[in-house]
Design a protein around this ligand. Structure first.
Ligand code: HPA
Length: 244
């Protein structure tokens, strides 16, 4: 059974799936953190794997960047391949000055400049939120791992570059900064909307790779280190959530 974007058989994916944006990160997670992982799809090089973590089956699949791409993969994973718990493991740019590079933002809610959830919600403003059980499990896993986390709103944006050349990002995101939004990324609101539409559970964890207020940025090697700790917390959270 294939969908337009995933070529796999029923049962190839686990109920629990981690969703990095970058398909090479999906491969890295599968090879480094899962036991016995096998590739289950590679359409458009959007790699997906299934293996085991602490004895339980877990999948990992890239989503690409941005909300349309996330919506396609999350929808097909839920509706055709039986995925029930979806955890985005991504990166973000901090919008509050006290948030340090490498810390992890847990997206309790996801605001957005996209119309994606309004289209789903008859023109009203949908409150795109994490699944409470997954969120609580992630906080417990982070505490056990002594990984500092910030919990609150993120802004899922269609824009990585400002729409007016030279416009400072702090100006573009001024209202979000003033409303206490922790960080900007590009997928969480779409994941939460798709999960709500199809009655699945979702959570987004994002490691801070850019501090947009202070103008600080991690190199790609430094990004990888913070990413590993966060992925382990995501895997532990799925394990904990399953036992509850
Ligand atoms: N903007 C959007 N997404 C991001 C950023 C950013 O600055 N950094 C990491 N993901």
């Amino acid at each position: 059974m294939s969908t337009p974007h995933i070529s796999a058989e029923p049962g190839d994916f686990a109920a629990d799936v981690l969703l990095p944006g970058d398909p090479l990160r999906a491969r890295w997670i599968a090879e480094t953190l899962l036991e016995g992982a096998r590739e289950v799809t590679a359409v458009r090089n959007m790699l997906g794997y299934t293996g085991r973590y602490l004895g339980r089956e877990v999948s990992v699949m890239g989503t690409g960047m941005g909300m349309p791409s996330m919506t396609i993969y999350a929808t097909e994973l839920i509706t055709h391949f039986g995925c029930r718990r979806l955890v985005r493991v991504g990166s973000c740019g901090a919008l509050q000055p006290e948030i340090e590079l490498r810390s992890v933002v847990v997206a309790l809610g996801a605001c957005t400049d996209s119309t994606i959830n309004r289209q789903r919600f008859g023109g009203f403003d949908f409150a795109a939120t994490a699944h409470a059980g997954l969120l609580v499990a992630a906080l417990a896993a982070a505490e056990a791992a002594a990984l500092p986390v910030e919990v609150g709103n993120v802004l899922s944006s269609d824009l990585f570059y400002p729409p007016v050349t030279g416009q400072p990002l702090t100006e573009l995101y001024g209202p979000a900064i003033r409303m206490g939004v922790l960080a900007v990324e590009m997928e969480a609101a779409a994941l939460y909307g798709a999960a709500a539409q199809h009655r699945a559970e979702a959570l987004a964890l994002c490691s801070v790779s850019d501090q947009l207020v202070r103008g600080e940025h991690l190199s790609s090697d430094e990004r990888q280190e913070g990413f590993r700790d966060m992925v382990i917390v995501a895997l532990d959270a799925l394990q904990l959530a399953d036992g509850r």
